[in-house]
Design a protein around this ligand. Structure first.
Ligand code: IPM
Ligand code: MN
Length: 362
């Protein structure tokens, strides 16, 4: 079996964290007796610098022709400081989501007990935290009509959703809950927003098809509190694009480091896998960025390809690395390891797992 992967390293720390995940590719080939064909593509500020376009057509074509896309990070501060910039790196990200029809962004949030001391939450709140957010990714206020009036003193961003857009991601969330703790929480603002009322209506309408799943509803402002107060109570969280953007950043700090969280975006064609952290330009090129979110994103890609043993072994190895102090300075400021040293260690550990039924630290 041959899998085509398009690699979009992107900006800032993107290339260096991607490089660590790619060290695992030849090992997985050997372990699973498969082959991967890798191709690079441009995205973000790097693509603007080279072509003037944050997502050149050539990148879209490569991604469309692949089985999976591995993305590093997108963004550069020179654009953040200029609100009038006509092209922005983030446009590349929105365009790739739309072009590949990636309507569901899946962000798992699971604590690692060894990291509890560096979490901003108290220990007793962290036990059993294991939830996954299904964020709608190609609709809502991100993609609605935007504009200004003639004298540019008024602006609008419309939020639109259709029932089919809601239904397709809701089905994914229900299916995922069926394989987990069987609970879906729809996060919305149905006391105020018409789009949220359509979400509730549509999801309620589907619920009888999933009789073993408990469905509950939570207003987004309350959800923002509950994610901090009782994070262990969530199983599958289903929400629209903008709310999902905000609550997943909030959720990402629970584990103790934003550098730990992977994500998958799936939909009509090739799926895309990326760490949820950004391009972190202030630490780029210093060999200090945490590569685990990208390595865990590669594990999600392997699951997606059906290579579950490699995915599980990579996750076990990351847990073992945390327990062994094989971590970057965001986790252990006094004894940091370099990004590439951590990557080498994960590669060597995965290599040792070849031929074994599961990874066991030696
Ligand atoms: C994310 C990011 C993006 C988003 C930006 C960079 C466009 O914050 O993936 O969550 O808002 O979706
Ligand atoms: Mn975000």
């Amino acid at each position: 079996m041959d899998y085509k992967i398009t690699v979009l390293a992107g900006d800032g720390i993107g290339p260096e964290v991607i490089a660590q995940a790619l060290k695992l590719i030849p090992v997985i080939e050997q372990k699973e007796n498969v082959s991967f064909s890798l191709e690079d593509g441009l995205i973000g500020a790097t693509a603007i610098d080279q072509t003037g376009n944050p997502l050149p057509d050539d990148t879209i074509e490569k991604c469309q022709a692949s089985d999976g896309v591995l993305l590093g990070a997108v963004g550069h501060p020179k654009y953040d400081l200029d609100p009038t910039a006509k092209v922005r790196p983030e446009q590349g990200l929105l365009k790739i989501r739309k072009s590949l029809g990636l309507f569901a962004n899946i962000r798992p949030v699971k604590t690692f007990p060894v990291l509890d001391p560096i979490s901003p939450l108290k220990d007793h709140l962290l036990k059993g935290v294991d939830f996954v957010v299904f964020r709608e990714l190609t609709g809502g206020i991100y993609f609605g009509d935007k504009g200004r009036n003639a004298d540019r003193t008024e602006a609008w961003d419309h939020c639109n959703y259709t029932a089919p857009e809601i239904e397709r991601i809701a089905r994914m969330a229900f299916d995922a809950a069926g394989k987990r703790r069987k609970k879906v929480t729809l996060v919305d603002k149905a006391n105020i927003l018409e789009t949220s009322r359509l979400w509730r209506e549509t999801v309620q309408h589907l619920a009888p098809e999933y009789p073993d799943i408990t469905l509950d509803f939570m207003f987004v402002d309350n959800a923002a509190m509950q994610i901090i107060l009782q994070p262990a109570n969530f199983d599958v969280v289903l929400t629209e694009n903008m709310f999902g953007d905000i609550i997943t950043d909030e959720a990402s700090v629970i584990t103790g480091s934003i550098g730990m969280l992977p994500s998958a975006s799936v939909g009509e064609g090739a799926a895309l896998f990326e760490p949820i952290h950004g391009s972190a330009p202030q630490i780029a090129g210093k060999d200090i960025a945490n590569p685990f979110a990208t390595i865990l994103s590669l594990a999600m890609m392997m699951d997606h390809f059906g290579l579950e043993q490699s995915a599980a072994d990579i996750r076990d190895i990351v847990t073992f690395a945390l327990e062994s102090g094989m971590v970057t300075g965001d986790i252990r400021p006094n004894h940091p390891k370099g990004t590439s040293e951590v990557g080498d260690w994960v590669r060597d550990s995965l290599h040792q797992s070849i031929g074994k039924s599961s990874f066991r630290p030696v």
